[in-house]
Design a protein around this ligand. Structure first.
Ligand code: MSK
Length: 662
C-alpha cells in the first residue's frame, strides 16, 4: 500500500507509476528484503575470518569468546566511527578549499563572511590585527587542518562548550585529542582481540562522536559560512512541483556545497541560459535533494525537490536532464534508473564513483569551468526528454536560520543575545526546545514520524530546530512556513508572531547540527537555565534515522548532555546491558542518554516528561499554556503576504515566475 510508505503525496503519485511499470525503488526493495534479525539488533560479529559469529542463544559467545555485550558495543562504536569519518572528511575538504582560496589557487571562491572569519580566527588563536583577510584565512585553514591530525591535547573547539561541560569531558577522559586520531582509535580498539569491556568501548565511542560534533562538523559549518556566507532567512519552495515542464532541470544531490554553489552561478550565466534556449528549453531550473539541497536552499533559496527517499522518484518523473552527485546518501539504484529514463547521472567526487554514471571529477582550482561543463551536459540532454510526469505538490518555507541569526532575531542588532529565548523558557512561554534531525528510513513510512513528532512538539510550546532530511520532510508538509504558527501552542505562537519566525526553524544540513550545539552552549552561558547544556529543558530526536552519521550525531548530543531519542528498534537491542548503559549509564556519566523508541507517540510523551523534569530541577514555573496567547503582533504576516504576492525573495528565487497560490 503506497499510503503506508509515505505521507508525501508527490512521492505517492510517482510510486503508483513506478509500481504500475514494475520499476524497483527503495520502497519496493524494503518490502522484498527483510532485515537480518540477528545483525539488526547488534548480535552478529564479523570482525575476523572465523566468523561471522551470530549469537542467538542466551549466554552464547563468539569463537574468540566475545560476549554479546562486547559485540554490540563494538558494532555501535564502529557506526560512530563511520559517521564521524564521513562528516569530518567533509569538514577537511572545506578546510582544503579555504586554503586553496586563501592561496589564490581557487579563484572562483571568495571570503563571503569576513565577520565569521575573524570570529573563527579568534577561536583558533589566529592573530588578526594588521593582517590581510587572505592571510588570516590561510592560517585559519591551516589551523583547522591541523585539528584533524593532532595527536595530543584536545581539539580547540571544545572551548566553545560551557565550562562545566568541558570539565565533565576532561574528568571522564573523553575530550577528543584529534579528529582523525579518535576514529583510528575506535577502529583499532574494536579490532579482534582488543578492547573487550563494553563500557570502555562505548566511552571511546563518545570521544569519537565529540571529535565529529565539536570538531570536523563544527569546522565544516564555520568554514562553509566563511566561504559562502552565513545563512539569513529567505523564502523558498519544497517538493517535486519545483521541477519545470519546459526548462532544463538540473538537480544537485549529496552534501558538499563547494560544487553546488558554482552550479548556482553557472545556471544563472546568461550564456548558459541562451544555450538552453537554443536547445528548445525556456531556461534552466535548478533544484536539490538531501543535504546539498539544504546547503543551497539555506544560502541561495534553491528549491528542494525532496529528501533521501525521494531521490529515485524524482528521476522517475522523467523530467530531470542531469543529476549531479558529490558525496554521501547517493543510492546505487540511481544508475540503473538512468537506463530507463533520459537522466544523466554525473559523479564528481574521487570518493564516490558510481558504476554506470558519468564521472566529471571536481577540482576546486577550476571550479566554475567544471560547473559550466556539467550544466552544458544537462542542456545537451534536454532534446532527449520523453514523457514526463511532474507532481504539482509544492510547499513554501522559510529557511536560513543560522545560530547567529537566531541570536540577532531575538535580541536585535544592538542587543543580540539569547536572553529573550532563555527568558521565554524561564517564564514558561516556551516549555522547552528540541532538535529534530536525521534521515528517511525505508523501513518506516516516509516523513510520518518527523511530521508527527514536530506537530506534537510545537503544539506543546516546544520550539523546534531542524536539519537534514527531517527539515525537508517538514518543509514539504508546510511546518517551516509562517502559517504553521497557527498549529503552535499559545506561548510559542506569540513568539513567532512577535519575533517573526516560524515555530520550526531550518538550521541547515547534517553537518550543521553543530549550530544546535552552539545555540545550546550559548543558552547555557547566557544564564538562568543552569550552567550546562544538560540543565536546559531540551531534547534531541532522529525519528527516521538510517545512516551511521545519524548515530554519530546522536552520540555527540548525548555526550554534550542531551536526552536523544531515535526512532526504530535499538541496534544493540540483543544486549540489554549495552542498551541500558547507553541510556541510564551514559546519563549518570555525561547527563545525556540515548534511547531507541519505535513508537512516535511514546517518543513525544517521554520527551515532554523529560523537559518538565528539567524545568522542575531548575525551579522554573510549571508549564501552563493558559497563561499565554494574547499577543497581537503580526510581523510574520509580512512574510506571508510577500509569498502570496510572489515577490522576489532571494537572488535565486527571484527568477521564479509564478506567484505562490493561497
Ligand atoms: S542527507 S545522512 S539521509 S539526513 Fe544529509 Fe538525509 Fe540522513 Fe543523508
Amino acid at each position: 500500500m503506497v499510503k503506508e510508505r509515505t505521507i508525501d503525496p508527490a512521492v505517492a503519485e510517482i510510486l503508483e507509476i513506478a509500481e504500475a511499470q514494475g520499476i524497483s525503488t527503495a520502497f519496493s526493495r524494503a518490502e522484498e528484503l527483510k532485515p537480518c534479525p540477528i545483525g539488526h539488533k547488534g548480535a552478529c560479529c564479523k570482525l575476523c575470518g572465523m566468523g561471522p559469529c551470530r549469537l542467538t542463544k542466551e549466554g552464547q559467545r563468539g569463537i574468540c569468546g566475545a560476549t554479546i555485550d562486547t559485540i554490540a558495543a563494538r558494532n555501535l562504536a564502529r557506526m560512530i566511527a563511520g559517521g564521524a569519518s564521513a562528516h569530518s572528511d567533509h569538514g577537511r575538504d572545506m578546510a582544503l578549499t579555504l586554503l586553496a582560496a586563501a592561496e589564490g589557487k581557487a579563484p572562483d571562491y571568495q571570503i563571503r563572511d569576513e565577520k565569521k572569519l575573524l570570529e573563527v580566527a579568534h577561536l583558533l588563536g589566529v592573530k588578526t590585527q594588521g593582517r590581510e583577510t587572505m592571510e588570516i584565512a590561510k592560517e585559519v585553514a591551516e589551523k583547522s587542518l591541523a585539528q584533524f591530525g593532532q595527536q595530543q591535547g584536545e581539539i580547540i573547539y571544545l572551548h566553545r562548550a560551557p565550562k562545566k561541560r568541558q570539565e565533565i569531558w576532561r574528568k571522564l577522559g573523553i575530550a577528543p585529542r584529534g579528529i582523525d586520531r579518535e576514529v583510528v582509535d575506535i577502529m583499532h580498539r574494536t579490532h579482534m582481540g582488543n578492547d573487550q569491556w563494553y563500557e570502555s568501548i562505548l566511552m571511546a565511542g563518545l570521544r569519537t562522536a565529540l571529535a565529529d560534533g565539536w570538531g570536523g562538523s563544527m569546522l565544516s559549518t564555520d568554514i562553509t559560512d566563511i566561504l559562502f556566507g552565513s545563512p539569513v532567512p529567505l523564502m523558498a519552495r519544497a517538493n517535486m512541483g519545483a521541477l519545470s515542464e519546459d526548462e532544463v532541470n538540473i538537480v544537485v544531490h549529496g552534501h558538499e556545497p563547494v560544487l553546488s554553489e558554482m552550479i548556482v552561478v553557472a545556471v544563472n550565466d546568461p550564456e548558459m541560459i541562451e544555450y538552453a534556449k537554443s536547445k528548445g528549453a525556456k531556461g534552466i531550473n535548478l533544484s536539490g535533494i538531501c543535504c546539498t539541497a539544504n546547503e543551497t536552499l539555506m544560502r541561495q533559496g534553491v528549491p528542494t525537490v525532496g529528501n533521501f527517499l525521494s531521490q529515485e522518484l524524482a528521476m522517475i518523473t522523467g523530467a530531470i536532464e542531469l543529476m549531479i552527485v558529490d558525496i554521501q546518501c547517493i543510492m546505487q539504484a540511481l544508475a540503473p534508473l538512468t537506463q530507463q529514463f533520459h537522466t544523466l547521472l554525473v559523479t564528481t567526487s574521487p570518493k564516490a564513483h558510481v558504476e554506470g554514471a558519468t564521472h566529471v571529477e571536481f577540482d576546486e582550482h577550476n571550479a566554475l569551468e567544471i560547473a559550466k561543463k556539467i550544466v552544458k551536459m544537462g542542456i545537451d540532454n534536454f532534446p532527449n526528454r520523453r514523457e514526463t510526469h511532474i507532481p504539482k505538490q509544492i510547499s513554501h518555507l522559510i529557511a536560513g536560520f543560522s545560530h547567529e541569526y537566531i541570536n540577532y532575531a531575538l535580541g536585535g542588532f544592538y542587543r543580540g543575545s539569547f536572553r529573550p529565548l532563555n527568558d521565554a523558557v524561564i517564564q514558561g512561554r516556551l516549555r522547552g526546545v528540541a532538535g529534530v534531525v536525521g534521515c528517511n528510513n525505508a523501513r518506516t513510512c516516509q516523513d510520518y514520524s518527523h511530521d508527527y513528532v514536530v506537530r506534537e512538539l510545537i503544539k506543546n510550546d516546544v520550539l523546534v530546530v531542524m536539519t537534514g532530511c527531517g527539515a525537508i520532510a517538514c518543509a514539504k508538509s508546510g511546518l517551516l512556513s509562517p502559517e504553521a504558527a497557527e498549529l503552535a501552542g499559545p506561548g510559542l505562537r506569540e513568539i513567532c508572531e512577535a519575533v517573526g519566525i516560524p515555530p520550526v526553524l531550518h538550521v541547515g544540513s547534517c553537518v550543521d547540527n553543530t549550530r544546535i550545539l552552539t545555540t545550546l552552549s550559548q543558552m547555557a552561558t547566557e544564564g538562568g537555565l543552569g550552567e550546562d547544556i544538560a540543565d536546559i529543558p531540551a531534547v534531541g530526536f532522529a525519528p527516521e534515522w538510517m545512516s551511521e552519521k545519524a548515530i554519530s550525531i546522536g552520540c555527540y548530543f548525548v555526550a554534550s548532555g542531551v536526552y536523544t531519542i531515535f526512532g526504530s528498534e535499538s541496534p544493540v537491542a540483543n544486549s540489554p546491558i549495552v542498551d541500558r548503559f547507553i541510556s541510564e549509564g551514559w546519563e549518570k556519566l555525561v547527563g545525556g542518554k540515548l534511547e531507541f523508541i519505535p513508537d512516535p507517540e511514546e517518543t513525544v510523551r517521554k520527551a515532554l516528561e523529560h523537559i518538565d523534569k528539567k524545568r522542575a530541577a531548575l525551579g522554573l514555573v510549571e508549564y501552563d499554556p493558559t497563561r499565554f496567547g494574547q499577543s497581537g503582533d503580526r510581523l510574520m504576516r509580512q512574510f506571508i503576504e510577500a509569498m502570496e504576492a510572489g515577490l522576489p525573495v532571494s537572488p535565486y528565487s527571484a527568477k521564479i515566475p509564478e506567484p505562490a497560490k493561497k
